[in-house]
Design a protein around this ligand. Sequence first.
Ligand SMILES: Cc1cc2nc3c(=O)[nH]c(=O)nc-3n(C[C@H](O)[C@H](O)[C@H](O)COP(=O)(O)OP(=O)(O)OC[C@H]3O[C@@H](n4cnc5c(N)ncnc54)[C@H](O)[C@@H]3O)c2cc1C
Length: 387
Amino acid sequence: MATTTAEVVIIGGGIAGASIAWHLTSAGCKNVLIVERETAQGKGSTGKSMGGVRAQFATPVNIQMSLYSIPFYARFDEVLGHPSEYRPQGYMFLATKQAHLDYLRANFERQKSLGLTTARLIETQEIVDRLPQLRHDDILGGSFCSTDGFVDPYSVMTGFTACATEQGATLWKNTEVVGITRDQQGISGVETTRGTVSTRRVVNAAGAWAAQIARYAGVDLPVEPLRRMLVPSEPFDAFPHSAPMVIDMSTGFHFRPEGRGFLLAWNDHEEKTGLNTNFDPAFIEKILTHAADRVPVFENLAINPKRAWAGLYEMTPDHHCILGPVKAVPGFYLANGFSGHGVMHAPATGKIVSDLILHGHTEIADAHAVAFERFAEGRLLHETAVL
Ligand SMILES: Cc1cc2nc3c(=O)[nH]c(=O)nc-3n(C[C@H](O)[C@H](O)[C@H](O)COP(=O)(O)OP(=O)(O)OC[C@H]3O[C@@H](n4cnc5c(N)ncnc54)[C@H](O)[C@@H]3O)c2cc1C
């Protein structure tokens, strides 16, 4: 097999790899190769996602990444000529403790100071007026952001890829990366099941499998896969389809309209890390208990277990992504550990990683905060609003 040469090799053709490829080729770096081991893109976490996008975060870097990404999704169709299916129906957080209210207020102040103008704190009465189907006896208030909402992750991924390939990138499907080579200068190539690629720059965008790729480069990456399950309902009209993503802070149960029904999610704290992606039917009863507790009419939701699914979050110790160069291995870049936010932050990820590769700095967010070296330097971040 002949040796191929690329300016940048991106390992993983999910939404992160696709966005990086688009941002690189848009900035003039044309010889970009995406290597994807599956026969089709989207078989990793991207195709399993709930598609929620929000700017209502606690830490500046997460807010900054959303402030780039959400307006990007709003203009996606216009700029790329492909649909993102962005639907700004909002995210509504429901607080049931004073600590929740204090937390939402502190977040709101931080979001406002960073330039988010569409988030606000809301009274219980507004929640009741808007969604009278919610049980509200314990709701103390909440927050709402009108530009939060949903996108279609698969459509975004394929849109980014199609445009990136029009701009010069190449996508190798059905090709697994099996090794990374180094010399005195740093990265020297990537070994794949299609042969060796000679390159000085490699981006690890391998999602839940990122730690293995990092090992090939001699890097110990703290990213662990964690199963997350989603349960779609059958068509249901007793709750408005114009509803936002609703987050019950008392349990972490959240849901949003999807098609003619609703998509239900809940973070089971008993879940153990690992690559298990089997859907556990026992989860349905657990989640329906939380659902009916907050939305009594959901007692009548019909569920077809065959339509439910599981995928993998890529968790880091501080639940923030890891972006940018690994200083000890020149030419090795990370776009990993999104901890459940890889779709909403994909545009910012592409911009930040592309800026760091091409210019060594970025204007759109504090990349230092999410650098790999933060773990060794003890600069862990603290984000409690983990969905
Ligand atoms: C149930 C669920 C709900 C979610 N909901 C949301 C949400 O509402 N909002 C949100 O923002 N995020 C959400 N997420 C998280 C989001 O889906 C992920 O963070 C995001 O898709 C990560 O994208 P990625 O491109 O990094 O990874 P992936 O999409 O997993 O892509 C990585 C790719 O790398 C490939 N790969 C791995 N190893 C190799 C190799 N050796 N050689 C070649 N290719 C390789 C894989 O095949 C895969 O295609 C959810 C995730 C799950 C599971």
